[in-house]
Design a protein around this ligand. Structure first.
Ligand code: ADP
Ligand code: MG
Length: 253
């Protein structure tokens, strides 16, 4: 299968701190990659570069064959204009740790906002798709509620429905359950698991090892801005080759 995401030699610094130190990663269409690693290892920054929330200093990233933020012409890379970047971003869904819902909009309005403004599709059609998405995440009865009236698990399921509303080619999850009370983690992981079974291509940063073992095609372990180890979940999680992976797993398992 073709690579949906192709990351080559990506470097990124904030001031004098090099946060990504040469990342190479390929995610094939329909596959789930789980990224593990200690706090500060660069996991969020990596996801953010894929979604144009951060620009890389060197190296390049492509999603579905399109260079992220750049156009190639011969040997040169040209930066895309803001409008082209916004268009690329509509193909990539991002789910944050803290949901990031619009507090002043209802659940339904949160979901229809992007497709109405970015895709300019007719309102009735967009509302109809949004209701179907809410049904899919088990929240059909919450369309008119406001985020503050929902539990964290429900808010995160709305955030997932909102990410799906643009029919993305790729979904990125940045610790989607770490802000949740333990009893609410399962309902969110269930939704992500369903998406995986339907062949959604995704990269999931999470410390939920059981979920990684069950759902991931590939597990990647990051430390200090590098990918230290990668492989099938059974290999990386149960028989890690690297000391750093072993040390990390002994803390989270
Ligand atoms: P992780 O998600 O693995 O915890 P991050 O990618 O959030 O790691 O952060 C990696 C390092 O980059 C950390 O040291 C963090 O403080 C730093 N960092 C992240 N974003 C910024 C930023 N916008 N400005 C300065 N430093 C940052
Ligand atoms: Mg992070």
């Amino acid at each position: 299968m073709s690579a949906m995401v192709d990351i080559k030699s990506v470097h990124k610094s904030f001031g004098s701190v090099e946060v990504l130190r040469g990342i190479d990663l390929e995610v094939r269409a329909g596959e789930v990659t789980v990224v593990l690693g200690p706090s500060g290892s660069g996991k969020s920054t990596l996801l953010r570069t894929i979604n144009h929330l951060e620009k890389v200093d060197s190296g390049w990233i492509s999603v579905d064959g399109q260079l992220v933020g750049y156009r190639r012409s011969g040997d040169k890379l040209y930066e895309l204009r803001e409008r082209e970047i916004l268009k690329q971003r509509t193909h990539i869904g991002f789910v944050f740790q803290n949901f990031h819902l619009f507090p002043h909009l209802t659940v339904l309005e949160n979901i229809v906002e992007a497709p109405l403004s970015a895709l300019k599709r007719p309102r009735a059609e967009v509302v109809d798709s949004a209701r179907k998405l809410l049904d899919r995440v088990g929240l059909a009865d919450k369309a008119d509620a406001y985020p503050r009236q929902l539990s964290g698990g429900q808010q995160q399921r709305v955030a997932i429905a909102r990410a799906l509303a643009l029919e993305p080619k790729l979904l990125l999850f940045d610790e989607p359950t770490s802000a949740l009370d333990p009893e609410l983690v399962g309902e969110v992981l269930d939704v992500i698991r369903d998406l995986a079974h339907q062949g959604t291509t995704m990269i999931v940063v999470t410390h939920e090892i059981g979920f990684a073992r069950e759902v991931a095609d590939t597990v990647v372990f990051m430390d200090e801005g590098r990918i230290v180890e990668r492989g099938a979940p059974g290999d990386v999680l149960d028989a890690p080759r690297e000391d750093r992976t072993r040390a990390f797993l002994s803390k989270v398992l």
